[in-house]
Design a protein around this ligand. Structure first.
Ligand code: DAH
Length: 364
C-alpha cells in the first residue's frame, strides 16, 4: 500500500457522513433552485462526491471495490433524494404561481395555422373550373419543350424576336436536341394536333392547357416564370363568333356578369386573324381610371383562328377543318381579381400577403 493510499474504511465513513449532511440540506431546502445548487455541490463534476472518489485512482483493487460500492450507493441515494425534493418543490412553486397569477384574458389565444393553396393556384383552379363548365377538357404538356413545337410548327419564322436568346431560356442537353423552357402554353396545341391528326374521329377538339411558362423577363409586371392557360377548339365550323362567345362566358364568370369583352386586331404567327382580348376595366367599370390609363379597357388575353400553316405543320388539312385558340396569363388575371399591383408579390412568399390574398376557406 503506498503512503497516499486511502484507508477504505475511512473513505467509506466520509462518504456516509457526507450523505447524511447532504440529506439534511436537501430536506431543509426551500426552493427548487436551492436543490439544484445542492445537486451541483454534491453530484456535479467538481462536486463533493467526485472529490472523495478521486481517491480511487490510488486505491488497491480491494479498496476500490469497497469504496466504489459505497460511492455508488451514496450517489444513487443522493440522486433520488434530490429529484424527489425537486419535483415536490416545483409542484409547490407551480401551485403558488397559479394561485397568485391573474388570467390575462386579453392575450391572443393559440390557434392552428392552416395551410392553403397559393393565390395563383387558387386563381388557376377557378379559371380551369370555368373552362370545364364550358365543355373544354384539360391537357398537360411538358415545360421543357422542343424548340420545333414551341416555335416552328406554330409558324414562327427563323428570325422571330421570341426565339432570341434575350427572350427564351434554351436548355442544353447531351443529345444536342433543340430544347427550350416553353415560353407559352401554345406548344400544347401542337402536341394535341399531332397526336390526333391520324385518328379517325378526332373532332371536335375542345381543350385547355394550364401550366408554367418561362421567359427572360423580370420587373413589376413580368416574372421569369409565370402561368398561362391555352385554349383550343377545332371543329368543322368553329369561327370568331364561337371564340368570342366562349371568352364572353369565361370573363363574365371569372369577374362579373357586367364584364364586357372586346377584340382588337393584332398579330400572332399562329393565328389569322389575330386579336388582343380586352375586358372592361374591373376597377372603374369601364369609366376610365389610373389602372386602365383612362381607356376603360384592360388587355387580358390573345386569341384568333388557328393559322392554316399550323394545321399543315401538324398533319391536318386546313381546308377541311377550322379552329380557334386563346392564351392568357394567370398572374395577370390574379393581379386584377385580387387587386395586387406588383406581380412580384406572388413570388416573395410573405405570409401576410398570402393570407390577405387568399380567396376562401383553407380547404380550397
Ligand atoms: N402564346 C401567346 C403568348 O404567350 C398567347 C396567345 C395568343 C395564345 C393568341 C393563343 C392565341 O392561343 O391564339 O403571348
Amino acid at each position: 500500500m503506498s503512503s497516499k493510499a486511502p484507508d477504505s474504511d475511512n473513505v467509506c465513513k466520509d462518504l456516509e457522513s457526507m450523505l447524511a449532511l447532504a440529506k439534511e440540506k436537501i430536506h431543509s431546502a426551500k426552493s427548487s433552485d436551492e436543490v439544484e445548487q445542492l445537486r451541483v455541490e454534491f453530484l456535479g463534476k467538481k462536486g463533493k462526491v467526485s472529490a472523495l472518489l478521486s481517491i480511487l485512482r490510488d486505491a488497491t483493487p480491494e479498496d476500490r471495490k469497497k469504496i466504489g460500492a459505497t460511492g455508488n450507493k451514496v450517489k444513487i441515494n443522493l440522486e433520488t433524494g434530490i429529484s424527489r425534493k425537486k419535483l415536490e418543490l416545483e409542484k409547490d412553486e407551480l401551485n403558488k404561481k397559479l394561485e397568485n397569477d391573474e388570467l390575462d384574458s386579453s392575450l391572443p389565444g393559440l390557434t392552428n395555422a392552416f395551410g392553403r393553396p397559393h393565390p395563383v393556384r387558387q386563381i388557376m383552379r377557378e379559371a380551369c373550373q370555368i373552362l370545364e363548365r364550358a365543355g373544354l377538357k384539360s391537357v398537360y404538356g411538358p415545360e421543357v419543350e422542343y424548340e420545333d413545337y414551341c416555335f416552328d410548327r406554330l409558324n414562327f419564322k427563323p428570325g422571330h424576336a421570341a426565339r432570341d436568346m434575350q427572350a427564351t431560356f434554351f436548355v442544353k442537353n447531351a443529345q444536342a436536341e433543340s430544347l427550350v423552357l416553353r415560353t407559352h402554353t401554345s406548344p400544347v396545341q401542337v402536341r394535341v394536333l399531332l397526336d390526333l391528326a391520324k385518328k379517325e374521329f378526332p373532332l371536335p377538339i375542345r381543350m385547355f392547357a394550364p401550366g408554367r411558362v418561362y421567359r427572360v423577363d423580370d420587373d413589376a409586371t413580368h416574372s421569369p416564370m409565370f402561368h398561362q392557360i391555352e385554349g383550343l377548339v377545332v371543329d368543322k365550323t368553329s369561327g370568331m363568333g364561337d371564340l368570342k362567345a366562349h371568352l364572353d362566358y369565361f370573363f363574365r364568370q371569372f369577374f362579373s356578369q357586367s364584364t364586357k369583352v372586346r377584340f382588337r386586331p393584332s398579330y400572332f404567327p399562329f393565328t389569322e386573324p389575330s386579336a388582343e382580348v380586352d375586358i372592361s376595366c374591373v376597377f372603374c367599370d369601364g369609366k376610365g381610371c389610373r389602372v386602365c390609363k383612362s381607356s376603360g379597357w384592360l388587355e387580358v388575353a390573345g386569341a384568333g383562328l388557328v393559322h392554316p400553316e399550323v394545321f399543315k405543320a401538324c398533319g391536318w388539312d386546313p381546308e377541311a377543318v377550322g379552329g380557334w385558340a386563346f392564351g392568357m396569363g394567370i398572374e395577370r388575371l390574379a393581379m386584377l381579381k385580387l387587386r395586387v399591383p406588383d406581380l412580384r408579390s406572388f413570388f416573395e412568399n410573405r405570409l401576410s400577403f398570402l393570407r390577405a390574398t387568399s380567396l376562401g376557406s383553407p380547404s380550397r
